[in-house]
Design a protein around this ligand. Structure first.
Ligand SMILES: Nc1nc2c(ncn2[C@@H]2O[C@H](COP(=O)(O)OP(=O)(O)OP(=O)(O)O)[C@@H](O)[C@H]2O)c(=O)[nH]1
Ligand SMILES: [Mg+2]
Length: 395
């Protein structure tokens, strides 16, 4: 599988023309609030010019946040009801189908390798290679090969037994990181910042998460902190309409940190349960853009010293090993608290999730196996491990 596997493009890409260049123009000045909210701190208004130089004069905010403090919030009944959460069996099928490219790469290799052959060092080395190619990482691949070899040298071993050992080892590595995203109800709002490189699935994941939270009866606000592209703001508004979540947005080119600050002010004023902040995609090696992300965090902390309460790094599984440097960079800049891995349906490199778990131990909250609203589910170590090893659903 090549490192340059093309990114899956779907409905929203086509609709909003997401094929934008990765470089971004200079950061403009923040947009003002016309609603009578307290002044943002000076940092939200004027960050030092070397980080994000002002480029454009004041831009008015979109109508969504021009409402006065007492104006009614858009109500859920005015927009389509969130789609119901699918039953678990149906999710298992989607997971299994989504992971089929990864699992068939593994199980075909294992089947070829272990048919009518006694176990020896060369076979175990070949097994290790198969695991490395599925991006499980060197350490994990060696660990699994060792587990297969234990007590079985010179004996014939069936592919099914190898798959069972693979599933057992993968589950053991993933179990400590399979942590549900706990929304602390005493935080009003509970602030979730979504970060990641271009096109990793941040905005889509926000939409899917908003749908889940709305289905649980929570009030949700979305902050269109990706102020770089007008299409990004529109994309979030569509998710807002679909899920019955209020969207706070500025105009294209508005200051992202200022927008996030204003959204948090507004969510606090309205007692919103969860605020999801979208951010523009940025490559982890572009320091200016990473500084801008750190600024978003600093600025919202002026309103709530513990915000964001979760900073989720959205990783595209198709990038394989590059995910490792993404975790390193975003953990440093945005204090990543947990991971979401998307597009597991578009790659044979789903083993990268196991490599990340072994290396970083960061919580994995959700995985995405498709573009629709139901294709995101809390992460289950056992289900993932069994699906990857080509086994059936756990009893
Ligand atoms: N197949 C598949 N596609 C996905 C998944 N998650 C997101 N996508 C698609 O990936 C593309 C990019 O998703 P976005 O949510 O726009 O990504 P983003 O990180 O917000 O992108 P930028 O804002 O440009 O940085 C869209 O076509 C999504 O539909 C997934 O789990 N599986
Ligand atoms: Mg986006």
């Amino acid at each position: 599988m090549s490192e340059t596997e093309p990114k899956k493009r779907g409905f929203f890409s086509k609709l909003f023309g997401l094929d934008q260049p990765e470089t971004r123009p200079a950061e403009p000045a923040p947009a003002p609030l016309s609603a009578p909210l307290p002044e943002p701190p000076s940092e939200a208004v004027a960050e030092p010019a070397d980080v994000v130089p002002a480029a454009e004069p004041e831009a008015p905010l979109a109508p969504e946040i021009l409402l006065g403090e007492d104006a009614p919030l858009p109500i859920a009944s005015a927009v389509p009801a969130p789609e119901p959460v699918q039953p678990r069996r149906s999710w298992w099928r989607r997971l299994r189908d989504g992971l089929s490219r990864t699992s068939s790469a593994l199980t075909t290799g294992i089947g070829d390798l272990f048919t009518k052959r006694k176990l020896d060092a060369a076979t175990l080395e070949d097994l290790e290679d198969i695991l490395i190619q599925a991006d499980l990482g060197l350490a994990t691949s060696a660990r699994i090969a060792r587990a297969v070899g234990e007590g079985r040298y010179d004996k014939q071993i069936e592919p099914e037994e190898v798959k069972a050992i693979l599933a057992r080892e993968v589950e053991a590595i993933l179990t400590p990181v399979a942590t549900p995203l706990a929304i602390d109800a005493t935080r009003k709002p509970f602030v979730i910042l979504m970060v990641g490189v271009n096109g990793s699935g941040k905005t889509t994941t926000i939409g899917k998460l908003a749908a889940k939270l709305r289905a649980e009866g929570k009030s949700v606000m979305l902050a269109a902190g990706d102020t770089f592209r007008a299409a990004a703001i529109e994309q979030l508004k569509v998710w807002g309409e679909r899920t019955g979540a209020e969207v706070v947005s500025g105009q294209q080119g508005a200051d992202s940190a200022g927008l996030a600050f204003e959204a948090l002010q507004r969510a606090k004023a309205h007692g919103t349960d969860v605020l999801l902040i979208d951010t523009a995609g940025r490559l982890q090696n572009k320091t200016g853009l990473m500084d801008e992300l750190a600024k978003v965090v600093r600025v919202i902390r002026k309103l709530d010293a513990e915000a964001p309460h979760a900073a989720l790094l959205v990783l595209d599984a198709t990038v394989g090993q590059n995910a490792i440097s993404q975790v390193e960079a975003f953990r440093e800049t945005a204090g990543v608290s947990g991971l979401v891995m998307t597009k597991l349906d578009g790659t044979a490199r789903g083993g990268i999730l196991v490599a990340l778990a072994a290396q970083f131990g960061l919580p994995v909250h959700f995985i995405g196996v498709g573009e629709s609203v139901d294709d995101l589910e809390p992460f289950s170590a056992r289900d993932f491990a069994r699906a990857v090893a080509g086994l059936g659903e756990a009893a």
